[in-house]
Design a protein around this ligand. Sequence first.
Ligand code: PPS
Length: 286
Amino acid sequence: MSEVTYFTHKGILFPIDFYTTENLLYVENEFQFLDDDVMNVVYPKSGTHWMSEILCLIRHEGDPTWVRNVNLWNRTPWIEVVEGMKLALKYPPPRLLNTHLPIQLFPKSILHSKAKIFYTARNPKDVLVSFYHFSKTQRYLKDPGTVEEFLEEFLNGKVIFGSWFDHVKGWLEMKDRANIFFITYEELQQDLRGSVERICRFLGKELNSQQIDSVVENASFHKMKDNKMSNFSQIADDVMDHTKGKLMRKGICGDWKNHLTVAQSEHFDRVYQENMRGVKMTFPWD
Ligand code: PPS
């Protein structure tokens, strides 16, 4: 690994390892969607792996063989990652793809495509906490410092993939398009079965009750935590310091209450109100 450094592309920070300006420009301007593509769009630490696993299981009618035998980054490559794009370009359709990209860096070809887009949002306070812990484990990410320090970086959008507020607001502008499906991490937590049924309807995929049960069971936190193809345990030690934490950390809503002081939480709320003013949507955490 090189020394931890970020570069800025159109105002957004990216780690120098795994990402290049060239690939980001390719993604935005040249990558072509196919109408049968399914794209999982998620701000970091908001449920990317969870939604990926759900989509993979639905694709195989609840049969867990694929998710247990093929790594998640091969099943659902991240298009903004150089190696992920190579995988995406040779992926036999119908493709299942991932991205953390904000709307302004997303492939322009979506405007003329029927590709189905899933957007999952999560309580930003829980995103912050998850991001903080994750940053300690990934050697290509800067040390987050204290919670107080990371809180400021997060609220100012000085983290990889930019501001949570801009990401969510940008994607909300797409929400009335027929090919976009909005959901939250909290809805998945509250009613995973009902969420899976809604996702199936949007995909036009009919699963019977047993198949849905299997999707729900195999996408549960405890199953994913033990699935070495989904839990990051196979990531090389020079990329991830496995002694410092796990991708599947707690998998709960509201862990922020264990990490933020009252003052930090109130400060967060003020910045949230300022940034989300005018947003019509009500979220489970509002
Ligand atoms: S990443 O690295 O940005 O792609 O991370 P991402 O997958 O978006 O988010 C990781 C958090 O999602 C939690 N997670 C789950 N929660 C509940 N159920 C399931 N099945 C599940 N799978 C992943 C994971 O534990 C991270 O949250 P925290 O709060 O850190 O536990």
